[in-house]
Write a protein that binds this ligand. Structure first.
Ligand code: C2E
Ligand code: CA
Ligand code: CA
Length: 742
């Protein structure tokens, strides 16, 4: 059947008596009965190329198609006609339009109306050319008088150009055009499909949220182009670290996400996070400038911390929030108590604001002592806060909270004024050091604040020392350099605090005008351990600062064995509890009233603190009994637990440390109700200065034991299947004793 035959078949029905007979119509009007003229119109339409006509038979074979359509395929009509529509055309599985999801085959067999269905011409443009052509199909099923299907009559057109553009757009919509990383949309879709599949397969999947510290500052000072260049370098560095372990996305701004399938080992996740933070914290060369930023990471793991995308991402977000607020450059695992902690920090911030307004803060002064003659040569001013209900709150806790907002700038200003005023009343041989937060340092008004504090107090500028940490080098180098210059012009002294804990200390020393270096306490903590390099590092730092003509203060010396080592390494100035803790201003005045301030070292013979002192209720599981114990000490390799009598050395136990953390261990010491245990697998760093187990009991295991997965509160699953000692099946072997005061 040719075109004419086909068209006639469309138009041949019911033409006997025209309803138009006798109407007064202009010449040339084509009435429905005028088949010949109508065919002419249709033929003109076909030639015009706006669209093509086609027809299929009841078996789905193509029995007619406009000639121009055949021409556009580059095929002979004989190659096309008579073949099944499903051989000729197929739907695109990647079609971004969800309506076209159902396969063409399915649509045809349903014999329903087809509207604007996108199909690919499956034979290709020609035998030699691979270019794809895309058609849009619409068709009406034709039924005979008996109601049986006779085939389709339809139209079609080539939409290749538009469709390919649409595909491109949707691809663009999945990737971030700046960095080429997956965008938020794609990452969400990935998680939506991954997590249920992983939960079904009882596999784990970790999500890392990553946020750049101080990126905004680079953007503001070096401009958006520099910011863009930096983000690209961040993406490159992330690729280098993550490799094929996971998929990296940029969620927007300076926020990144990494999906790490089949990962639940918190040891290796922590190491990866640390590596990411370290790599991203190296300076970035941008247009001849140097910019430095930092990064914080929050980690959540499915199924432990959530089995839905929203929950898991929210958990990772919360962990990130806490990481950022604990001083930046850190990582955190999600734990179920983070939520409470976030709320607690909010309250503490309000209280702190109030304390500052009500003048409820104080500065205490820790002496810096010259080893040679035990003379105090200066002080470090340390902030003290006596909270009405909580008692004294450590600056280690409240300073990072203040750093979450501009409050730190006001706090810092207050400390500067107070320290200068109080120092002005001390003997002129003494210096006073004030800590300056990085946020405060990058505030453009900072040099002015320092100048005000000096003039208002009348303190000689060279008696004021500002303690800065390496984090002040975050941001762009130019404004950092300017601030340094302004401060030097004022005549104040600058000290680099916590030296050795950052990443690229040496390059900073070369470029910034420091007068003093403070060796971080962490080196002193371990300087008596022969297997570590700490003592050598201390010696190297002292040698280096001598060469650069800088003073060195060694911080955190508590015991005589440490004092011995650091003296031997060449330390001349020491600040540590072995001489004195920080003293209230009245105590300082009293000690100085005698004219001379000399302190004899006093403290323990040897330093011992690898073990953290903790008092926490835990579960101790032995066979099918669960006992209540109190954790007294925890280190990577072991713990001390109080509360069980009669446990023989060599007994295998499992400590339930909470949140699904079970540690298999062996009793190596037992005395009264105190046992010492050694872990089978050492604990790992939890990013918060604490320790956690590498793995957690999988909720899958608990689900297998009858606890439905959904019913588990995120991150909180005590081993309830094991009965407490009073409800056990067999007789408990050990005696549980109550520990008072815990
Ligand atoms: P930092 O600047 O490193 O101060 C030294 C910290 O080490 C002080 O803790 C001090 O009490 C402690 N320390 C000194 N010697 C020893 C020792 O022998 N053993 C032990 N275990 N600790 C010793 P503190 O007062 O709790 O302050 C903690 C941190 O809070 C400070 O670390 C500093 O970063 C911050 N901070 C304190 N006051 C201010 C302030 O006015 N402004 C700012 N921005 N930060 C402050
Ligand atoms: Ca300090
Ligand atoms: Ca320090």
């Amino acid at each position: 059947m040719g075109a004419k035959g086909f068209l006639r078949s469309l138009t041949d029905r019911g033409q006997s008596s025209s309803p138009y007979a006798g109407l007064d119509l202009p010449d040339g009007v084509i009435l429905p009965g005028n088949t010949k003229a109508r065919l002419g119109v249709l033929e003109d339409f076909e030639k015009a190329g706006f669209g093509w006509l086609w027809a299929s038979d009841a078996e789905g074979r193509l029995i007619y198609i406009s000639e121009s359509a055949t021409q556009s395929t580059g095929r002979e009509p004989t190659e096309i006609l008579g073949r099944h529509l499903t051989e000729l055309f197929e739907t695109d599985p990647d079609n971004p339009d969800e309506r076209s999801d159902r396969p063409f085959k399915f649509q045809l067999s349903a014999r329903s109306r087809i509207i604007d269905l996108v199909v690919r011409f499956a034979l290709g443009k020609s035998k030699h050319e691979a270019k794809q052509t895309w058609w849009s199909f619409s068709a009406q099923p034709i039924l005979d008088n008996a109601g049986s299907f006779r085939g389709y009559r339809g139209i079609a057109k080539d939409i290749t150009t538009e469709y390919e553009r649409k595909l491109m757009d949707s691809r663009l919509a999945e990737y971030d055009s700046l960095t080429g990383l997956a965008n938020r949309h794609r990452m969400s879709r990935r998680l939506d499909s991954l997590i249920p599949a992983y939960v079904a397969a009882k596999r784990s999947c970790a999500v890392m949220m990553l946020d750049l510290d101080r990126f905004k500052h680079v953007n503001d000072t070096l401009g958006h182009q520099a910011g863009d260049a930096l983000l690209k370098q961040v993406a490159d560095r992330l690729h280098h670290v993550v490799l094929d372990r996971g998929e990296i996305g940029r969620l927007g701004g300076d926020e990144f996400q990494i999906i790490l399938p089949d990962t639940d080992d918190r040891g290796s996740l922590g190491e990866l996070a640390e590596k990411i933070i370290q790599v991203l914290s190296q300076p970035y060369p941008i247009d001849g400038e140097r910019a430095t930023i930092g990064a914080s990471v929050g980690i959540a793991i499915a199924p432990y911390d959530g089995i839905e995308r929203e929950d898991l991402v929210h958990s990772a977000d919360l962990a990130l929030y806490v990481a950022k607020n604990s001083g930046r450059g850190q990582f955190r695992f999600y734990t179920h108590d983070l939520k409470d902690r976030a709320e607690e920090r909010r309250i503490l911030m309000e209280d702190l604001r109030e304390a500052l307004a009500n003048d409820a803060l104080e500065l205490h002064y820790q002496p810096v002592v010259r080893v040679e003659d035990n003379m105090v040569v200066g002080f470090e001013a340390l902030m003290r806060w006596e909270h009405e209900e909580r008692g004294s709150v450590s600056p280690g806790l409240f300073i990072p909270i203040a750093e979450e907002s501009n409050l730190i700038i006001q706090l810092g200003e207050w400390a500067l004024h107070r320290a200068c005023r109080e120092a002005a009343n001390m003997p002129r041989s003494l210096t006073v050091a004030v800590n300056v937060s990085a946020l405060q340092f990058t505030d453009p008004r900072f040099p002015e604040t320092v100048a005000d504090a000096i003039t208002q107090s009348g303190l000689e500028p060279e008696r004021l020392e500002l303690e800065l940490t390496e984090s002040v080098f975050m941001g762009d180098s130019e404004s950092v350099d300017q601030t340094f210059k302004a401060l030097k012009e004022l005549g104040v002294r600058l000290a680099l605090d916590d030296f050795g804990t950052g990443y690229s200390s040496l390059s900073y020393l070369r470029s910034a005008p420091f007068d003093k270096i403070k060796v971080d306490k962490s080196f002193v903590d371990t300087c008596t351990q022969k297997d570590l390099n700490s003592a050598k590092i201390i010696a190297a730092i002292i040698g280096l600062s001598n060469a650069l003509n800088m003073d060195v203060v060694v911080e955190g010396v508590e015991a005589f064995d440490q004092l011995g080592v650091v003296k031997e390494m060449g330390a001349r100035l020491i600040q540590g509890w072995i001489y004195s803790k920080a003293l209230a201003i009245d105590a300082v005045r009293e000690r100085m009233s005698s004219g001379e301030f000399r302190i004899e070292p006093d403290g323990p013979e040897s330093y011992r603190s690898d073990r953290r002192t903790v008092f926490r209720r835990i579960g101790v599981i032995h066979e099918d009994h669960r006992y209540a114990g109190v954790l007294r000490d925890l280190s990577r390799t072991g713990a001390r637990v109080e509360g069980l009598l009669g446990v023989p050395v060599g007994t295998q136990l499992v400590l339930d440390l909470g949140s699904g953390q079970l540690a298999v261990c062996t009793v190596i010491r037992a005395r009264d109700a105190m046992i010492g245990v050694e872990f089978e697998t050492p604990l790992v760093n939890d990013g918060a200065g604490g320790l956690c187990t590498r793995h957690r009991v999988s909720p899958y295991a608990l689900a297998a034991a009858g606890m439905p997965l959904e019913a588990l509160p995120a991150g909180n699953y005590p081993m309830q299947m094991i009965k407490s000692s009073d409800g056990g099946q067999s007789k408990p072997l050990f005696v549980e004793v109550k520990t008072p005061g815990v």
